[in-house]
Write a protein that binds this ligand. Structure first.
Ligand code: CMP
Length: 140
């Protein structure tokens, strides 16, 4: 198994409910390490760019508005198979379909307000990490 890095976002619904630490604990308890982290307010331009792959989807504009509705907390997570592991720890996109014990099942409010984002491939992880962090902000 390979050590990988992936990009995680704790979304505005979760930061609003003071869940940042609780969500980080899910990652740490399952052997993913936080090797970079910051809290920030996305601009509309940044949110549109980050989710550009969803531009054609009917929920795109609403997703962008939601992502700028409050602060996010962004992490680089490192560990064995980190991309897949993070997605398993988060659970299905729709909290109603997620397995109990996953972040989205335990905290998500709806398919949009689903508390966490994680990169869906190693290639996207590299691009998403570069979107938020410089090399000197990542300390493995
Ligand atoms: P995320 O993993 O960040 O990737 C894209 C996001 O779009 C997703 O989590 C949800 O927040 C949102 N999303 C996905 N599908 C839908 C949908 N059908 N309706 C509204 N929002 C959605």
């Amino acid at each position: 198994m390979a050590t990988e890095r992936t990009l995680s976002i704790i979304k505005p619904d979760a930061t609003a409910r003071n869940l940042t630490g609780k969500i980080i604990a899910y990652f740490e308890q399952q052997n993913l390490r936080v090797i970079a982290q910051k809290r920030l307010q996305l601009s509309r331009r940044q949110a549109r760019e980050f989710y550009i792959v969803h531009k054609a989807r009917p929920f795109y504009d609403e997703l962008v508005e939601y992502m700028v509705s409050g602060p996010v907390s962004v992490q680089v997570l490192e560990g064995e198979n980190a991309v897949l592991r993070n997605r398993e720890i988060m659970g299905a996109t729709d909290p109603a379909k997620a397995t109990p014990g996953t972040i989205r099942k335990d905290f998500g409010e709806s398919i949009e307000r689903n508390s966490a984002h994680g990169s869906d491939s190693l290639e996207n992880a590299k691009n998403e990490i570069r979107f938020f962090f410089s090399d000197m902000e990542i300390v493995g």
